[in-house]
Design a binder for this molecule. Structure first.
Ligand SMILES: [Zn+2]
Length: 65
């Protein structure tokens, strides 16, 4: 499972889908993600929609991560 608290602790903020996918070695699609924010991702330093949670499909994908 993706631990958003840990991600936030590591980067100071939440990160974008691409960075989250890389970090957890999983291919997250837009439909897997819940987006709440839009700001410069602290990991890739580009303006991104930020993933604040996962939908059911996203949770299933990351269940054993
Ligand atoms: Zn990023």
């Amino acid at each position: 499972m993706i631990n958003f608290k840990e991600v936030r602790a590591e980067y100071g903020k939440l990160i974008c889908r691409k960075c989250l996918s890389k970090l957890y070695d999983v291919e997250l699609l837009p439909k897997d993600c819940i987006y709440e924010y839009h700001y410069e991702c602290p990991s890739c330093k580009t303006d991104q929609r930020i993933v604040s949670g996962l939908t059911t499909s996203g949770k299933l994908k990351t269940l054993f991560k």
